[in-house]
Design a protein around this ligand. Structure first.
Ligand code: AHG
Ligand code: MN
Ligand code: MN
Length: 333
């Protein structure tokens, strides 16, 4: 039997790989791991709290106002970052504006984190997988001052680390620091993330496509052609692909990472920019996809080359196995 490698051990072993190897990034990743264990626990208890332990409407058993799980997760991660000492500010999908931490130790932090605390919120109440997505950058503003908007609006290519946590049939944390992608599964009996997926590679091609096909009539012609290609006997596999759409980006992406596939959230006539958020969803998953041999595109441009102009900017998103994304892009005019 081989020895179990915990996330902490792995991070320590790899610390020297990191370009600014000072231990700070290791501490941030540890903070994320701790916060995600707490969120994982809350997610696992959500059904109990809502339906058995007596919560009524928005008030819990102690008469306290009960918060939505995505707000609980948001607060949990912000707390971890605020008191860790490495992070000077954050931006999150749940907050209209970014948050610059004001304590002296936080102002000396060299990094910012951008995150989607709970992705797949329509799945929270129906016991389907959800996730957390995060992206870490070096700050641009001067150390010792408060974080600025400029620190948050960096291109994806500037990310120093990114990852996601999937609260699925088990809880997994997957991350990259630009030297490949590694995945860890939470063993709840010992409370540790253990290395389970070493050096993950996304298959070059696959036969799974994920898209909300309810949007098929309001997306562009080239994408309709691609979906028809997926469904045809005349495609590269000689048989229709399988459609899979969980409606939690993290879960759809993770499945495609392992089995090979494409995930598409296009621009539509009703949402001309698409739905997914560049900073909290697209850039971090793009970094992971590329590190695993896949592609992330708006359909026309590499996602990580985009220069963000707004915190909550949305972009069309085509991500997954290299050959599949290339094929889809070739059909977009
Ligand atoms: P969030 O829950 O963070 O708002 O993100 C939901 C996203 C993504 O996870 C998912 O793939 C997509 O929205 C689903 O959208 P549709 O219901 O429009 O298909
Ligand atoms: Mn999301
Ligand atoms: Mn969310």
């Amino acid at each position: 039997m081989s020895k179990v490698v915990t996330l902490n051990e792995f991070i320590m072993d790899r610390q020297a790989d990191f370009p600014f190897a000072t231990g700070e990034l290791s501490r941030i990743l540890n903070d994320i791991a701790v916060a995600s264990k707490i969120v994982s626990r809350d997610v696992r208890q959500a059904g109990l709290v809502d339906h058995i332990l007596g919560a009524q409407g928005n008030t819990n058993i102690q008469g306290e106002e009960q918060q939505k799980l995505d707000v609980v997760a948001d607060e949990q991660f912000i707390k971890a970052f605020e008191y860790g000492g490495e992070i000077c500010g954050i931006a999150s999908e749940e907050n209209d504006d970014f948050v610059a931490f004001t304590s002296e130790s936080a102002k000396n932090g060299k990094y910012v984190v951008l995150f989607d605390p709970l992705d797949g919120s329509s799945n929270i109440d129906v016991n389907v997988s959800i996730g957390t997505i995060f992206s870490i950058y070096r700050r641009i503003s001067t150390v010792g001052t408060e974080a600025t908007l400029e620190d948050m609006l960096q291109s994806g290519s500037e990310q120093v680390a990114a990852g996601y946590v999937l609260y699925g049939s088990s809880t997994m944390l997957v991350y990259t620091t630009g030297r490949g992608v590694n995945g860890f599964t939470l063993d709840p009996s010992i409370g540790e993330f253990c290395l389970s997926h070493r050096d993950m590679r996304m298959p070059e091609t696959g036969r799974l496509y994920a898209m909300n096909e309810g949007n098929i009539n309001i997306c562009e012609e080239g994408l309709r052609e691609y979906v028809a290609y997926c469904q045809s006997f005349e495609n590269d596999k000689g048989a229709p692909y399988s459609g899979r759409y969980i409606g939690s980006l993290v879960a759809d992406f993770h499945r495609n990472m392992i089995k090979g596939g494409i995930y598409i959230y296009p621009d539509t006539t009703t949402s001309p920019e698409g739905k997914l958020r560049l900073l909290y969803e697209c850039n971090p998953l793009a970094f992971i996809a590329e590190q695993a041999g896949g592609i992330a595109s708006t359909g026309r441009k590499r996602v990580m080359d985009l220069k963000p102009t707004r915190l909550h900017e949305r972009v069309p998103f085509y991500i997954g196995s290299k050959q599949m994304v290339e094929k889809a892009m070739s059909l977009l005019k």
